[in-house]
Design a protein around this ligand. Structure first.
Ligand SMILES: Nc1ncnc2c1ncn2[C@@H]1O[C@H](COP(=O)(O)OP(=O)(O)OP(=O)(O)O)[C@@H](O)[C@H]1O
Ligand SMILES: [Mg+2]
Length: 246
C-alpha cells in the first residue's frame, strides 16, 4: 500500500446543496498532486473533510493506510499539515517565532512520548526561514510582511511541521502574476520529495509543479492525469470552456 492519501466515494451536502458527489482521489507517496477546478467546485470543502474539520456524509478517507474518516483535527494533524486560502500567521509574533510555533506544535502533537529538544525545534525553524527566503526579516513581526511574504511564511509554517502530507489551499491566491510565479518557484524548491496536494484555479500555474493533476467540477473529479494529458483532455477543456471556468 503506497498511497499517502486515498479518498473513496466522498459525498458532502450542505442543506439541499450537494457540494461533493462521490469523489475518488489518490495521492501517491512523494507525489505533488494539484487539485484544480472552478470557483465553488468543492475544493476547500474537500480539504475540510480531509483535515477533519467536517465529516463526510459518505465515503472513506485513508491517510498513509490509516482510516481517518470522521477523526477530529487533533488526530488528523499528526499525519498532515494544511495551509488555508487566507493567511493564518500570528501577526504579533516575529517571523521566526511563527516557524518555531509550527515546529513545536507539530513536535508536541506527533511525538507525545518523545521529547524534542528546543535546539532541534530552533534548527528546524531556522532551516525553514532560509528556505522561504525570509532570513533577513526573522525578527520582524509577521504583520509587517508584505502579503506575498506572509503567504511564503504560511508555506514555511506548513513545511516546518514536517508532516508527511501537505495540503495547501491556493498558496498563490490574491497575488499578481509575478508574485504567483515566484511563489510557485518557491513551492517547487521547498517541496521536492514531499507529498503535496495543492489547490489552484489555474492549470497553467501548476503545470510546472505537479506530477499529476485532478480536476474537480461540480463536486466530481472529472479527470486525473499528468499535466499534459489533463490539458489535452476533452472533458476538461469543455468544463473550462463551457462557462464554468474561473
Ligand atoms: N459551511 C457551508 N455551508 C453551506 N454551504 C457551503 C459551506 N461551505 C461551502 N459551501 C458551499 O459549497 C460550495 C463549494 O465551496 P468550496 O469553498 O468548497 O469551493 P472551492 O472549490 O474551494 O471554491 P473557490 O475556488 O472559490 O475557493 C459552494 O457553493 C459554497 O457556497
Ligand atoms: Mg476554496
Amino acid at each position: 500500500m503506497n498511497a499517502a492519501l486515498e479518498l473513496h466515494g466522498i459525498a458532502k451536502r450542505f442543506g439541499a446543496t450537494r457540494v461533493l458527489r462521490g469523489v475518488d482521489l489518490s495521492v501517491a507517496r512523494g507525489e505533488r498532486h494539484a487539485l484544480i477546478g472552478p470557483n465553488g467546485a468543492g475544493k476547500s470543502t474537500l480539504f475540510d473533510l480531509i483535515s477533519g474539520r467536517t465529516r463526510p456524509d459518505e465515503g472513506r478517507i485513508v491517510v498513509a493506510g490509516r482510516d481517518m474518516t470522521g477523526k477530529p483535527p487533533r488526530r488528523v494533524s499528526r499525519v498532515l499539515a494544511r495551509s488555508f486560502q487566507t493567511t493564518s500567521v500570528f501577526g504579533g509574533l516575529s517571523v521566526l517565532d511563527n516557524l518555531r510555533c509550527a515546529a513545536l506544535g507539530a513536535a508536541s502533537s506527533r511525538f507525545v512520548d518523545r521529547w524534542l529538544p528546543s535546539r532541534k525545534i530552533d534548527e528546524r525553524a531556522h532551516a525553514m526561514l532560509d528556505a522561504i527566503g525570509l532570513a533577513e526579516r526573522a525578527d520582524e513581526p509577521a504583520a509587517r510582511l508584505a502579503y506575498a511574504e506572509q503567504r511564503a511564511l504560511d508555506l514555511g509554517i506548513a513545511l516546518a511541521t514536517d508532516a508527511p502530507l501537505l495540503l495547501l489551499d491556493e498558496p498563490t491566491a490574491g497575488m499578481n502574476r509575478a508574485e504567483a510565479a515566484r511563489a510557485l518557484a518557491l513551492l517547487r524548491a521547498t517541496t521536492e520529495g514531499r507529498t503535496l496536494l495543492v489547490i489552484e484555479h489555474d492549470m497553467d500555474a501548476v503545470f510546472g509543479l505537479a506530477d499529476r493533476i485532478s480536476v474537480l467540477v461540480q463536486g466530481r473529479v472529472i479527470a486525473t492525469g499528468a499535466p499534459a494529458a489533463i490539458r489535452a483532455n476533452r472533458d476538461v477543456q469543455e468544463a473550462y470552456l463551457g462557462g464554468v471556468a474561473p
